[in-house]
Design a protein around this ligand. Structure first.
Ligand code: DX5
Ligand code: ZN
Length: 217
């Protein structure tokens, strides 16, 4: 299994997202990570299903939608319709997690469940059979450019061990502070998808930045 790269566009030029998606795709990433924030679960608000739907024709890469919102239930069908290939909800959100994961599956979209750093990772164990992917936050949700929290490595190992025990073919994605130094660490711990934001968007040469991450894994 290789480490896949999901480019978080949070730190892209949000006023020119269409071209940023093209540039990102040309740099060789595997997916586009779309950080949806509601101004309540997180302080800021980013963008919603209207913007995602308008961006859909500009990229042939899978859309990996990360819902950092308290109430994802009614949003799930909207983001599915907008063209998301993966929809991730948070274990800390105020919804019926089982029902939401089932709803995502019924819409033929891959279902992800994310855990913030302060939540015991064991809390998501009962939901693993309903998940295609677990997203382990290695920073506090809400902003790009933060430092990777090393505790995430232990959490990745714990989830991978439980998925193996259950015989699940689970994707483990890690989000926050991923760069050329931290990518090999998460891969070694058992993750197979890296969300990479500011490391790509602040690079002089995005293609080289993508390749440097791939070389390390
Ligand atoms: C943080 C977001 C991340 C963020 C990652 O709440 O979920 O996807 O954009 O950005 P970097 O890679 O800069 O930590
Ligand atoms: Zn994210």
């Amino acid at each position: 299994m290789d480490l896949l790269i999901s480019a978080s566009v949070l730190n892209a030029d949000l006023a020119d997202l269409k071209n940023e998606l093209l540039r990102t795709q040309e740099a060789g990433v595997d997916m586009i990570h779309l950080d949806v924030m509601d101004g309540s679960f997180t302080k800021s608000i980013t963008f919603g299903d209207y913007v995602v739907g308008k961006l859909r024709p500009s990229s042939s890469l899978p859309f990996d939608t990360h819902l950092m919102v308290f109430n994802p239930t009614h949003l799930i069908p909207l983001f599915a319709k907008a063209g998301s290939d993966i929809i991730t909800i948070h274990a800390e959100s105020r919804c019926d997690i089982k029902e939401c994961l089932k709803m995502i599956n019924h819409l033929n979209v891959k279902a992800g469940l994310s855990v913030s750093p302060e939540t015991d990772v064991e809390k998501i164990f009962p939901y693993l059979p309903l998940c295609d992917m677990v997203l382990i936050m290695s920073v506090q949700p809400g902003a790009g450019g933060q430092r990777f929290m090393p505790d995430a490595l232990k959490r990745i190992k714990t989830v991978r061990k439980e998925a193996d025990r259950l015989g699940l073919d689970l994707d483990i994605e890690v989000d926050g502070g991923i760069n050329v130094e931290t990518a090999p660490l998460i891969f070694e711990a058992g993750a197979n998808i890296a969300v990479v934001g500011s490391y790509l968007f602040t690079a002089d040469n995005m293609k080289e930045a993508v390749e440097s991450i791939r070389r390390g894994s």
